[in-house]
Design a protein around this ligand. Structure first.
Ligand code: SF4
Length: 279
């Protein structure tokens, strides 16, 4: 039986994608490698949002040169935000890496498929969209993960039902800008519509979603949080800065006043809600 090893760094989206890739590999007959050096397939899921993360990925890639020399038959693949549409530079720099594929893509060199985690943890992540249209001035995500692409509402509902059947109790819906879910779909459902549908699934205990964008968070979504019993009273709402000039330079699309008003509206509707933020 071939063995695989997946190394992941970065956001929850990367973690969710690695979990799905692992299930896909197990579906194809691979087993988890223990220790990592015994793997026939090594997959790195990378992040370049911060320099420190990028340095760790680069170090890991250089370390794999010796591994490939000692195990020439092993396959090394790289995915995540280090992989751009043009991989010429990466190929030159890391010639011993066999495959590069973009974050969220199905690896075509394996049988492509969407495979749900076989043994999901009771609290699991479900990506509901890929990409971002915002182009905040400091962020690489839209360049690496592309424009927003939402998954059809019913597809997500069926997937969550199946995950609940496999033992999941809590689902966190993921999107780089989860509040703009659905605008690219023909029927233009909103995140609130998806929450109403998911809340009705028997056996599911809790729902969460991230990451919110103060520019796109709607009153309908706040109503859904207030009225749905399974939606946790906790959200992540990145402020990024309290200074309007900085917010403008960051191209965030809101002001400090708009952020405060939004928090006030949320507090008014859901007084118990815990708000976490990024600065
Ligand atoms: Fe990056 Fe988030 Fe801004 Fe999109 S909204 S560009 S993911 S920081």
């Amino acid at each position: 039986m071939p063995h695989y090893y997946i190394w992941t760094i970065g956001c929850q989206m990367n973690k969710a994608e690695s979990e799905r890739l692992a299930s896909h590999l197990e579906h194809l007959g691979y087993l988890p490698a223990e220790p990592a050096e015994s793997a026939d397939l090594v997959l790195l899921n990378s992040c370049v949002v911060r320099q420190r993360a990028e340095n760790r990925v680069i170090n890991k890639l250089y370390a794999l040169r010796a591994f490939k020399k000692a195990h020439p038959g092993a396959v090394i693949a790289l995915t995540g935000c280090l992989v751009d549409a043009d991989v010429t530079t990466l190929r030159k720099k890391f010639p011993y890496v066999d495959y590069f594929f973009k974050a969220g893509d199905s690896p075509q060199w394996l049988a492509p498929a969407q495979v749900l985690p076989q043994r999901p943890s009771p609290a699991t992540f479900v990506p509901i969209m890929q990409g971002c249209n915002n182009f905040c001035s400091y962020c690489i995500v839209p360049y690496r993960r592309g424009r927003e692409r939402s998954r059809p509402l019913q597809e997500v509902v069926c997937e969550v039902k199946e995950l609940v059947r496999r033992g999941v109790k809590e689902v966190t819906l993921l999107g780089q800008n989860v509040d703009s879910y659905g605008h690219d779909l023909p029927e233009k459902p909103e995140l609130a519509d998806l929450l109403y549908e998911l809340n009705a699934i028997e056996g599911l205990a809790r729902l969460r979603f991230l990451t919110n964008h103060p520019k796109d968070m709607s009153s309908r979504l706040i109503d859904a949080i207030a009225s749905l019993d399974k939606v946790c009273e906790q959200i992540t709402l990145p402020v990024q800065s309290g200074d309007n000039e900085i917010l403008k330079a960051m191209r965030r699309g809101y002001t400090a006043e708009r952020y405060r008003a939004l928090v006030q509206e949320i507090r008014h509707r859901v007084p118990e809600l815990a708000i976490t933020t990024d600065v």
